[in-house]
Design a protein around this ligand. Structure first.
Ligand SMILES: Cc1ncc(COP(=O)(O)O)c(C=O)c1O
Length: 376
C-alpha cells in the first residue's frame, strides 16, 4: 500500500520496539530528552464534555506569561505544522525561497498552493552555514517569501536574527517566515528570537512550537507570533477550534515548569559539548551544526550508511537516515542529544561500528535498500 505521507519523519514511532519486543532507543526524534512533570495536573484541568475556546486561548496565556506577547500578536496552532501550511495559503505566496536541506514541510506547504519553490543550498564545505547576506538578497529578488528554521533542521545550524532583520528592512514587501521550533535549546535564547521584533517589522513572522522543548509531540501545541494586523488577516483563513481541550489546558501549565526548563537546557548544553569533544577524537564520523538538541553527522567509516544503521539497529539504537534530503545523500544521519547514559550507548556503538568496519567479517550487512521502520 502506498502512503500519502511518504516524508513522515522519525518521530512517528516514539517508543517503538524491535520485532522480538526489545525497546529501541530512538535518537531520530529530536525532542527534549526529559519531560515536564505534568502528571495528574492534566486530569484536573480539562473537560471533554465542553468545547475548547474557539481560538486556543490557553496557548495565548502561555505566550503572554512566558514571553510577554500580547494576545493580539499570537495565533494559537495545532502544532507549528498548522502555521507552516496556513501561511502560504493565507498570504497567497507565489514564489518561496527555502534553504536546502531543510524541513520538508515548507516545500510541501508551498507546493500545495501552487507556489514556485527556489532553494538556496547549504553546503558541507562551510559546515552548512547560511550563505552571505549578498547572496540571500540576490536570491530574494525572485521570491515573495523566505522561509527558514532557526536553528535549521536537519543541519542544526543557526540563522542569525540580525541578517533577517536587515533583509526584512531592505525588502518590506517580502515576507520573512522564521520557524523557531528548536530555539529554546540554543544557548543564545531568548536574545536570538525574532518574536520581540514583529511589532517593528510587520513582514517578519515567527512560527513557534511547544512540541520539541517540552517533549509533547502528541499534544500538538504551537503558535504564530506576528503583528496584530497580520494575525487578523490569518484568522480569515484559519479553521476555528483546531486547538483541542487537552492541549489548551496544558499550555498555561507549562508556565510552572521553570525548573524543568533549566534542567533541559543545562543537560543539552553539557551533553552537546561532551559529544562534540568525544566525536572530534573519532575518525570516521564528522559532525555539523549542533546549535539545537541534535547533530547532523556523516559516516565515513568505509562502508555504506546502511551497514552502520543495521549495526545500530542490532543494538536497539535508531538514528535518522538523512540520505533522502537533497545534499545529504552521502552517508548523512541525524541524532538527537538524549540523556548522558543514553548518549554513551550511542557513542560506544558508533565507536564499535568503526572498529568493526575495519574488519568487515564482524558485520552481517543488510541489503542496500535496508530502511529502519521510522526512517521515512
Ligand atoms: C523545523 C521544524 N518545525 C516544525 C516542526 C513541527 O512542529 P509541531 O510538532 O509543533 O507541528 C518540526 C517537526 O519535526 C520541525 O522539525
Amino acid at each position: 500500500m502506498t502512503t500519502l505521507y511518504h516524508h513522515q519523519h522519525g518521530g512517528a514511532h516514539l517508543n517503538h520496539v524491535t520485532q522480538d519486543g526489545r525497546a529501541v532507543l530512538d535518537f531520530s526524534i529530536n525532542i527534549s530528552p526529559i519531560s515536564p512533570p505534568i502528571g495528574s495536573l492534566l486530569l484536573e484541568n480539562f473537560s471533554l464534555q465542553s468545547y475548547p475556546s474557539i481560538d486556543g486561548r490557553g496557548i495565548k496565556d502561555y505566550y503572554k506569561g512566558k514571553f510577554g506577547m500580547d494576545g493580539s500578536m499570537v495565533l494559537p496552532l495545532n502544532g507549528a505544522i498548522e502555521g507552516i501550511y496556513l501561511l502560504p495559503r493565507a498570504l497567497g505566496l507565489r514564489r518561496m525561497l527555502l534553504l536546502s536541506p531543510s524541513f520538508y514541510e515548507y516545500e510541501r506547504a508551498g507546493r500545495s498552493v501552487g507556489a514556485e519553490i527556489t532553494f538556496l543550498p547549504l553546503v558541507a564545505e562551510n559546515g552548512f552555514q547560511l550563505p552571505s547576506i549578498e547572496l540571500l538578497a540576490e536570491a530574494l529578488q525572485h521570491a515573495d517569501a523566505f522561509v527558514a528554521a532557526n536553528p535549521n533542521n536537519p543541519t542544526g545550524t543557526e540563522v542569525p536574527p540580525e541578517i533577517i532583520m536587515a533583509l526584512a528592512s531592505r525588502f518590506p514587501e517580502k515576507w520573512f517566515i522564521l520557524d523557531e521550533a528548536f530555539i529554546q535549546f540554543t544557548p543564545a535564547f531568548p536574545d536570538n528570537s525574532l518574536m520581540p521584533q514583529v511589532m517593528a517589522l510587520k513582514n517578519v513572522i515567527v512560527v513557534h512550537s511547544l512540541t520539541k522543548f517540552y517533549a509533547l509531540p502528541g499534544l500538538r501545541l504551537g503558535a504564530i507570533i506576528a503583528h496584530p494586523t497580520l494575525i487578523q488577516r490569518l484568522l480569515h483563513y484559519k479553521e476555528p477550534w483546531t486547538v483541542n481541550a487537552i492541549a489548551e489546558s496544558i499550555a498555561p501549565l507549562l508556565l510552572e515548569f521553570g525548573a524543568y526548563e533549566d534542567e533541559v537546557r543545562t543537560m543539552i548544553f553539557s551533553e552537546r559539548e561532551r559529544i562534540t569533544a568525544l566525536l572530534s577524537q573519532i575518525e570516521g564520523i564528522k559532525i555539523a551544526g549542533g546549535a539545537a538538541n541534535f547533530f547532523l553527522a556523516q559516516w565515513n567509516g568505509g562502508s555504506p550508511l546502511y551497514v552502520l544503521l543495521s549495526w545500530l539497529a542490532e543494538r536497539q539504537l535508531h538514528v535518522r537516515d538523512c540520505r533522502n534530503f537533497p545534499g545529504l545523500e552521502d552517508n548523512y544521519f541525524r541524532f538527537a542529544i538524549r540523556q548522558p547514559l543514553e548518549n554513551d550507548r550511542l557513542l560506544s556503538a558508533l565507536r564499535s561500528a568503526l572498529l568493526a568496519s575495519s574488519d568487515p567479517s564482524k558485520i552481517s550487512p543488510l541489503p542496500e535498500n535496508f530502511s529502519p521502520e521510522s526512517s521515512k
